[in-house]
Design a protein around this ligand. Structure first.
Ligand SMILES: Cc1cc2nc3c(=O)[nH]c(=O)nc-3n(C[C@H](O)[C@H](O)[C@H](O)COP(=O)(O)OP(=O)(O)OC[C@H]3O[C@@H](n4cnc5c(N)ncnc54)[C@H](O)[C@@H]3O)c2cc1C
Length: 323
């Protein structure tokens, strides 16, 4: 097996561990497993509670970033977990107001709000959050999930966007359908966050990582920018970021990255002094999926993770200096 093939197999393996229901259950039920992984996950998870989250938000705002907040969670069909997620977002909005933070953008997967049970439940829950957020002028962005959910997510978005001007959506460049979806979404005038897409999708509906996908990403971004939509280019790919800057699109949209991933890259966006970049901060106790996805999208992070496990809890403090 060549090095390239070996890397591809590792990515596939990590994505399958991320999606494995048994491992996800095991993570939730085993405090020992959580404690073992935590020193490595701390790089990507800003905290497990509001106190830790808002400490980090304050620091990032202070040094010149906009922020995003996402409560870590997964596809769920448990009503009690869905209610926990909804209440969490409602409480977050109160905490943002009380703490006088700089209107962090709230993001979530609709499958955490009930789309796996029914569209109606997800609409009701998402509406509750949007209603509370719009009164405080807090932006909301819906994440995009596996392709089997794309239609449901877009349907919900189109229904709610008519009522909530603070609502935006994430689109995945890797899916072939996104050429059509972007045209429809642009018409709503909402904020669009363009990502490559983290899920392993079949080749008949998607492009794999590589030059073709980067080319498509740029085409889609141009179309969004040319139609004057507010947009974020959410990528952690230094080459793609260079291409976006080369076309001057960094002066029109914000660069958004996940906390803990390549801080030097988003720092360089901040130092350009164009549009303030945004760091998306994931917090909460159910961080297995988020952590596994960060390893899968760049398997070299496994070395870093083992290093963090070996050095135990020191990485959190060391890591915050790089921003
Ligand atoms: C703010 C934000 C929101 C997102 N929301 C969604 C969503 O709603 N739905 C969805 O499907 N996906 C989402 N993603 C994930 C996204 O789709 C990609 O999987 C992820 O950004 C990796 O793709 P990439 O463009 O960064 O580059 P890739 O093509 O995956 O990688 C190219 C290069 O970028 C660098 N890189 C990428 N990731 C890492 C990493 N973790 N650590 C170190 N280097 C890295 C490496 O140098 C790598 O070789 C989101 C990402 C961000 C930043």
């Amino acid at each position: 097996m060549s090095d390239f093939e070996q890397r591809e197999v590792t990515i596939r393996a990590l994505k399958s561990f991320a999606a494995d229901p048994f491992l996800r259950e095991f993570f939730i039920s085993s405090k020992t497993f959580q404690d073992f992984l935590r020193p490595a996950a701390n790089r990507y998870i800003v905290g497990e509670n509001h106190f830790e989250l808002f400490g980090k938000i304050k620091n990032l705002e202070h040094i010149g970033y906009n922020t995003g907040i996402e409560f870590a969670g997964e596809e769920t069909s448990s009503i009690s977990e869905i209610n926990i997620a909804v209440n969490e977002y409602i409480n977050l909005i109160d905490s943002i107001e009380e703490g006088n933070y700089n209107k962090p953008q709230l993001g979530f997967d609709l499958s955490n709000l009930g789309s796996g049970i029914s569209k109606e439940i997800a609409i009701l829950n998402c509406e509750k959050i949007c209603q509370k957020a719009i009164k405080k002028d807090i932006p909301i962005i819906i994440s995009m999930e596996r392709s089997k959910w794309t239609d449901v997510i877009l349907d919900i978005f189109f229904i709610l966007r008519k009522k909530f001007s603070n609502l935006g959506i994430t689109l995945q460049a890797q899916l072939n359908r996104t050429y059509d979806d972007v045209k429809e979404v642009i018409k709503t005038g909402c904020k669009i966050r363009l990502v490559k897409g983290v899920y392993d999708e079949s080749r008949d509906i998607s492009l794999p990582r590589g030059g073709e996908l980067n080319k498509r990403y740029l085409e889609l971004l141009r179309e969004i920018a040319d139609n004057n939509n507010i947009f974020a280019y959410a990528t952690q790919d230094p080459k793609l970021v260079d291409m976006i800057r080369g076309e001057g699109m960094h002066k029109r949209g914000e660069h958004e990255m996940l906390h803990g991933v390549r801080p030097e890259l988003i720092k360089s966006s901040r130092e350009l002094l164009t549009i303030k970049p945004r760091i998306s901060c994931v917090y909460g106790y159910n961080w297995y999926l988020h952590f596994m996805h960060r390893l899968a999208e760049h398997p070299e992070n496994i070395y870093q993770a083992f290093n963090d496990l070996y050095l135990r809890n020191k990485n959190k403090e060391l890591y915050s200096h790089h921003y």
